[in-house]
Design a protein around this ligand. Structure first.
Ligand code: ADP
Length: 302
């Protein structure tokens, strides 16, 4: 089964165009939708999850017309929204049981089994009697996955699930996602490059409502091979570099800024070639590419 999104457009009533002619084909497995805050990720996720209408475009899930056959989509959909609210005074087991009823698992012995299995899978079984208000951020997100997995979904959407998790919780959450069956389409929307790097066989980069890249992370890395250049620059000169080059990333290493730029050929000025990573791919798409400036037009630094 595939999810095929064609020419999706959405402009909100305040004039913000959140989706601009978005077209994507998403196969079974883990798909990463990567973009900064405000890129349009949630707008796209909510549209696929049948929670809002686009102005134009089509979405097809297998034989189902997503925008017209909403009930059919909802039957096979598991959705973990960006803001996943829980009832704080209810324990995990009770709420999951309740949500299972709503999902149509009406037979009580089957429901008991499903709820138990999901609490075990998400490592929440021991905390099943605890009120959700006392759960940590990571536990809440794992509960979110448990409810998204009710009734064996064919399409799972998780919107920014790792934002705000500490590294250990994030790892545990990503491991859990990676265990979801290969026969399911899983869309992971995130602004964290490492989430995609670790999990996804296919990805898209989106910014300001537009798809800037679609393909595998490997292909994205191959596209920038030999084009990423690095230099340590004194802090005082950083501003000059910012005006002269399109810097795609800036990091402090031992207190000194290390910058990356993208150029087809050696930009000179003591830049050294480095192996680009997915972060370079991401930022090169987000910040665009400007031709590197010849050494002669650039102030010497040492
Ligand atoms: P992301 O999930 O990537 O952070 P969103 O889809 O939430 O992006 O937002 C995309 C753009 O649409 C942003 O500029 C945001 O402010 C705007 N936006 C999102 N939802 C609404 C809404 N309901 N009404 C008006 N503008 C919105």
């Amino acid at each position: 089964m595939q999810l095929i999104i064609q020419n999706l457009n959405k402009t909100y009533s305040n004039g913000v165009q959140a989706l601009k002619d978005v077209s994507l084909t998403i196969n079974q497995g883990m798909f990463g939708l990567l973009g900064p805050n405000g890129a349009g990720k949630s707008s796209l996720m909510r549209t696929i999850a049948t929670l809002q209408e686009p102005d134009s475009g089509q979405i097809q899930l297998g034989d189902t017309d997503v925008l017209k056959q909403k009930d059919e989509v909802r039957r096979v959909l598991g959705y973990l929204p960006q803001e996943f609210g829980v009832y704080p005074k209810v324990d995990a087991e009770t709420l999951l049981n309740h949500l299972a009823v709503l999902k149509g698992i009406t037979q009580s012995s089957e429901r008991k089994e499903v709820v138990k299995a999901l609490l075990q899978k998400t490592n929440l079984y021991d905390a099943r009697k605890k009120n959700l208000g006392g759960y940590s951020g990571g536990m809440k997100q794992r509960f979110g996955i448990a409810q998204a997995l009710l009734a064996n979904p064919k399409l799972i959407i998780v919107d920014e699930p790792t934002a705000g998790l500490d590294p250990a919780e994030r790892n545990r959450f990503l491991n859990l996602l990676s265990e979801i069956g290969e026969n399911t389409i899983v869309i992971l929307s995130t602004h964290i490059v490492d989430d995609v790097k670790e999990l996804c066989s296919d990805m898209a980069i989106i910014n300001k409502g537009e798809v800037l890249y679609k393909g595998s992370p490997q292909q994205a890395l191959a596209n920038i091979d030999g084009k990423i250049w690095e230099k340590r620059v004194p802090k005082a000169e950083l501003e000059d570099y910012r005006t002269q080059y399109t810097i795609i990333s800036e990091k402090l290493v031992g207190g000194t800024p290390v910058i990356h730029i993208m150029a087809d050929t050696n930009p000179g000025n003591d830049f050294a070639a480095v192996q680009g990573d997915l972060e370079d791919v991401y930022f090169s798409h987000i910040f665009g590419q400007k031709p590197a400036v010849p050494v002669s037009t650039f102030p010497q630094t040492n």
